[in-house]
Design a protein around this ligand. Structure first.
Ligand code: SF4
Ligand code: SF4
Length: 373
């Protein structure tokens, strides 16, 4: 039997803005029922890399905070440290980035906490019965909260096709060494003809696996490489390609196992939201925001993370493509994420279903149906 996904579209008007719609969705999807009086509630978001402008807006998170508090919970806003060297790879830089991107107490109305500590080594090994992992490293601040509410921005992703709730509760709830464990099968290679020897990849590689050789070309030491894929994103010449063929399938299945580790200890204590607006081709970990590939679709919620991601990707793929976006001549394609990336994004959903995270079958309820918009 399918799970229920609740949806509100992106149309707004006087007296019914997106914050009103999110509140309505919170009430309808049953999020209040997962919260008991005085529960600590981790609101897991992605507050964006410095330079990114299309992460979830702080005023919407404030609405979620208010809803959680009205339901009796004690909310805090949280995210984890990154594996790559950017503006969020330790708690100091991470919190500064959160503040600079607008996520202070004054805007969101709740404390902002980096869930895996100052250096990303504060985690709990959660036992799971996975194909790849027998235990996963979940950030302590998330593991020890009574309730997990994940609010995820739906967008494209170079390693998973799209990124939304499953990505947010797997990569996003893992300590950096857990992130490394998920990534470790992904080993990129340098296309020598395209490399101009600029050294950007050398600076960004978190483990010093890249060197510029005497021929002025980068070379990756595959023994040192942990497969974080950061170099593939930063290379200005697109000279570094990941071996997508099998590794990214495994990567997505590993993500599903990590997601299971984040939610399994909280049975009946989780709720999930996808904000399906500003659907950029890249993740919010990128320090830029490219033109969206689809128009704003709306916001969706469910108690089932797999059903929610399935419904969200279906909604985006049914929407028209945006002219002038990275889709190029492919704006009428049936699958925007396969057009953007050579990745089988269904593997994260299949993996989630196999491990018992949720259900790909869903019923979509439009909560606007009984309203004017
Ligand atoms: S970033 Fe790209 S072009 Fe620059 S050195 Fe690395 S592989 Fe070569
Ligand atoms: S060489 Fe490996 S470890 Fe270094 S940035 Fe690239 S993928 Fe990450």
């Amino acid at each position: 039997m399918g799970s229920t996904v609740y949806f509100s579209d992106a149309r707004t008007r006087y007296g019914c803005n997106m914050r009103d719609k999110l509140r309505r969705l919170f009430d309808r999807c049953g999020a209040a029922s997962v919260i008991s009086k005085n529960d600590t509630v981790a609101i897991k978001i992605h507050w964006g890399e410095k330079g990114n402008l299309t992460y979830s807006p702080p005023p919407l998170i404030r609405t979620l905070v208010d809803c959680v508090r009205e339901a009796g919970g004690r909310p805090f806003i949280t995210d984890t440290n990154t594996l790559y060297r950017g503006s969020r790879s330790n708690a100091i830089d991470n919190i500064i980035t959160a503040y600079e991107n607008g996520f202070g107490y004054g805007t969101v109305g709740a404390p902002v906490i980096v869930a895996d500590g100052l250096r990303g080594d504060d985690f709990v090994r959660v036992k799971i019965d996975g194909k790849y992992f027998k235990s996963v490293k979940i950030a302590s601040g998330i593991h020890y909260a009574n309730v997990l509410i994940a609010f995820s921005h739906f967008k494209g992703h170079e390693a998973t096709g799209f990124g939304a709730t499953i990505k947010n509760i797997s990569m996003g709830c893992a300590a950096p060494s857990g992130k490394q464990n998920m990534h470790s099968d992904v080993k990129p290679k340098v296309k020598k003809k395209k490399c101009v020897g600029c050294g950007t990849c050398v600076e960004k590689c978190p483990v010093g696996a890249i060197e510029i050789r005497t021929d002025n070309k980068a070379r990756i030491d595959s023994d040192k490489c942990i497969g974080c894929a950061e170099c593939t994103i930063v290379c200005p010449s697109e000279a570094i390609g990941v071996n997508w063929k099998s590794d990214l399938n495994v990567f997505q299945e590993k993500m599903a196992e990590y997601a299971m580790g984040a939610v399994a200890p909280k049975k009946g204590k989780c709720a999930f939201f996808n904000l399906i607006t500003n659907i950029t081709p890249d993740c919010d970990c990128c320090n830029w925001s490219d033109v969206p590939v689809a128009p704003d679709v709306g916001v969706a919620a469910s108690l089932d993370p797999v059903a929610l991601d399935q419904a969200s990707v279906d909604l985006v793929n049914r929407a028209p493509g945006v002219a002038g976006s990275r889709l190029g001549d492919d704006i009428d394609c049936p699958d925007k994420f396969r057009a953007l990336y050579d990745v089988d994004w269904e593997r994260q959903l299949d993996g989630g279903e196999k491990i018992g995270l949720g259900n790909r079958d869903y019923a979509l309820i439009n909560v606007d149906a009984d309203k004017e918009i």
